[in-house]
Design a protein around this ligand. Sequence first.
Ligand code: EPU
Length: 310
Amino acid sequence: MKVSCALYLEVEAEEELLTLDWDSLPQPVMVLGGGSNLLFTKDFPGTVLHVGIGGITRHADDRVTCGAGVVFDDFCAWAAKEGLWGPENLSLIPGECGASAVQNIGAYGVEVKDILADIRAYDRKEGRFVHIDPATCGYGYRTSRFKTEWKGRYIITAVTYRLSREPRPVLDYGGIRKALLEKTLTPLVIRDTIIGIRREKLPDPAVTGSAGSFFCNPVVPEDVFKKIEGNPPHYEVEGGIKIPAAWLIEQCGFKGARNGGAQVYPKQPLVIVNATGEASPQEIIGLEKQVIDAVQAKFGITLHPEVEHV
Ligand code: EPU
């Protein structure tokens, strides 16, 4: 289903942000990255602003600055080709560099916060450009201050990542080490392996619409964990025990479940897909609710969506 906004603004250079008459724009103003983690549930009454600033610049110390509009995987591909370590485990994540720093994207044991060096943004409150130290951004699992107390304040125009010529393979997640056995490790080899794993499990956004993982993996206290039958996979993290939401959803029999055109993806039930290409927002939200209710009823655990609803 198509939804529309009152105004769509494409920003191609930083100067444009200085000359914008913010008060005359339809409100609210929302900054869109690649849009790959959003679910529009209805028409948006305000302005959708997209920062389309491109460019990848390598500095002498192997920091790399990307315009906020650079497709994140284009940066990953570029780094792997240059033989630079850092983002290879994040290969094929949809979305753009600007959003990578908002969402703290992560995969296969790496989060973008691990390689962030600097964020350049227009501060709407102060009316000027600033550099933000990633240490001040409150990064956590798929979250940051940009999503909470700073929401709406900064418009990110460039992100600088700290890469390295020294090998820094991160191989401890799931089947990566096994998939790489006997291979000479380079950023490109790891990138190709990650791409292979993702293609097996996750829908190709160019073919089947989805917003990637629909839910966050819940972190529960030990007593809640101990009550779960069936020996769930788990990892100890700060604040408790993280259980894959995919496992909980599968135990509830929801793999492949449909609600109209919306479907729990059979190969990775953490993802809800628009299986027919015609699913309405209501069908997706309906399926989301069915999944949350089923997991709540069976395990007493509340799943929270990772996808932002607009
Ligand atoms: N699992 C099942 N049944 C399934 C699939 C998975 O029980 O059908 C269990 C397995 O035990 C498996 C575990 O879930 O070991 C973890 O599965 P997977 O490695 O696919 O990762 P995930 O925890 O489901 C997270 C991220 C993904 C990221 C992968 C790899 C979140 C919300 N999602 O998924 O990120 O690619 O790890 O690091 O943390 C995204 O954010 O959009 C995204 C795809």
